[in-house]
Design a protein around this ligand. Sequence first.
Ligand SMILES: Cc1cc2nc3c(=O)[nH]c(=O)nc-3n(C[C@H](O)[C@H](O)[C@H](O)COP(=O)(O)OP(=O)(O)OC[C@H]3O[C@@H](n4cnc5c(N)ncnc54)[C@H](O)[C@@H]3O)c2cc1C
Length: 435
Amino acid sequence: MPLTNDFPTRLIDKQMNTHHNYDLIVIGGGPAGSTVATLVAEQGYRVLLLEREAEPKFKIGESLIPATYWTFKRLGMLEKLRTSHFPQKYSVQFYSRTGKASSPFYFFQTNPHESAVTWQVLRSEFDEMLLDNAKEKGVEVQRGIRVREVLFEDDTATGVVVQGVNGTHETRNATVIADSTGQRSLIGRQLGLNTVEPNLKMASLFTHYEGGYRDEGIDAGATLILHTEAKDSWFWSIPLPYNRTSIGVVGELDYLLQNRRDTNGRLDTQQIFTEELERCPALKGRLEGAKQLFPIQTTKDFSYRASRIAGNHWVLVGDAFGFLDPVYSTGLFLALKSGEMAADAILEAFEKDDFSETQLGSFGPTFVDGMEAFRKLVYAFYTKEFSFARFLSQYPEHQGGIVDILSGDVFRKDVTHIFPAMAEMCPLPPEVPLG
Ligand SMILES: Cc1cc2nc3c(=O)[nH]c(=O)nc-3n(C[C@H](O)[C@H](O)[C@H](O)COP(=O)(O)OP(=O)(O)OC[C@H]3O[C@@H](n4cnc5c(N)ncnc54)[C@H](O)[C@@H]3O)c2cc1C
């Protein structure tokens, strides 16, 4: 198998020590990795989770959607979240380019259950809570350990090469390797599996503010999605603990970054952010008197997906498999859900003693169908002529269907019933099956 990783293999040979065997090695301690690790360890299997960061760190991706409830329930996380200081999120609300607010899409409109209320999280704390829970359920968590490479014999994954804090390299072996390295996408890059969605090459600039205006009552924890005046970009506003608000702007890479370089090719991301905020008076007004807490950070948020979700003795979870534009806050849900589905496939693999691609990837088609529902809604959002307000004034009967998808209820067959009507107002992408 050709390796695109440039790690010097000779060095590994010299420094290699072989470690004990595990049933499962999970690479990456984000929400996807913690989930798959916890659910497998809980059934008595020997699970090692390797996380490259020695300490919890700032991460972007702070808004949950309601369907995460069911994975939290299985993980035993609900009580920890209920008693946390994370703001409760009841809805999402869209602001048009003219600053007109839609009615909030309250998740309880279609789901009168406590799962309709979810949370806005500080990722350094949230990811740590999930990792602590994994440890409590029997996962051996090792921090500060970077996995350099997944080892294959023919097409079968056999272990990983790790780099420890002191720089030495070792191998660790396991029956199954789960790649949950997020956008680092270790196996996807090693095997050349990933394809970027050409129409969704976006970039984001983001920071946190302290202070600023918050709506009242159950609207205080809402996610706001606000278009700028020419609809060339949009902002998120996500209320967080400590009176902070996460504010970020998303636009096509060329619009937001490439075409804004100065004559020396340099980017002033603070200035770009300020210019975009000027184009979004509804948000600017809410931030009057608020204090920006750290310099603008930048990321490319290209949507991509791997062509396979599993192989012999390996499986991909979370962003390591695919990433969809952040507009509907679906990343954490897809990370948790794929972690849960992969754990079930792994547990069944141990029962049947079958670690083939077919067995480990058995959840793939269902998972991809759910992702496709979000993907269609993402395309609708980026169609300049499309607006939810106009769609719902023409098709009021589809209000519930939209709320269901925004809530993450996408693994039902009938969730697609809104798309024929939507396709009359905007071009929707053809589905991309696995493999
Ligand atoms: C701009 C932006 C805004 C977003 N907003 C939202 C939002 O509001 N709501 C939402 O749900 N999602 C959002 N997302 C997406 C969300 O952040 C991700 O989908 C989510 O973090 C995926 O979880 P994960 O566990 O798959 O990966 P990650 O959270 O990225 O975790 C991967 C982990 O693997 C570790 N790792 C990487 N490489 C190695 C290695 N070689 N060895 C060991 N460890 C390794 C990393 O340190 C990391 O801890 C956003 C994304 C972007 C880019």
